[in-house]
Design a protein around this ligand. Structure first.
Ligand SMILES: [Zn+2]
Length: 152
């Protein structure tokens, strides 16, 4: 399964299809969703590997088949018409993801772990726990660093 794009994800992608250099604020106005939310979603799409650069290049190979909703139609159409800007072709709206711990494919809903401004995805809770165990110290120091930076 992998990461399932929801309505907001696809709206952001569709919006970026029109102009990949659009600001988060512009998208926020367009979708009537707060700028931080847009930014967080955008960053997540980058993290899961769907958006590959600041000017989004969408990796079609990451998307596998599913029978998702009709919103896929709109997205598909905009993808088709914007080929020159985006190297995309979409069969469906799920992004294949790799576990951040075992590097195996994530089947089903990814288990996520958020700390500081980072988010990691895992195939199962035991990978998530193992990751926490292995990188606990580093995670803790990243959280502290993040808090420090926020104070400034
Ligand atoms: Zn795993």
């Amino acid at each position: 399964m992998g990461y399932e794009l929801d309505q907001l994800d696809t709206s952001i992608i569709t919006s970026l299809m029109e102009d990949g250099r659009k600001s988060f604020r512009a998208i926020s106005r367009e979708l009537k969703i707060s700028t931080p939310t847009i930014k967080a979603r955008y960053e997540r799409l980058v993290k899961i590997g769907l958006i590959k650069s600041v000017r989004p290049e969408i990796d079609i190979t990451k998307i596998s088949k599913s029978n998702k909703k009709s919103l896929s139609e709109d997205l598909l159409n905009s993808l088709k018409t914007n080929k020159k800007h985006f190297h995309v072709k979409i069969d469906n709206l799920q992004v294949k993801m790799k576990c951040d711990f075992c590097e195996g494919p994530i089947n089903g809903r990814p288990k996520s772990l958020k700390f500081a401004d980072i988010e990691r995805f895992f195939c199962c809770t035991s990978c998530r726990n193992d990751y926490k165990g292995k990188y606990g110290g580093r995670i803790q120091s990243l959280i502290e660093q993040y808090k420090e930076n926020k104070k400034k």
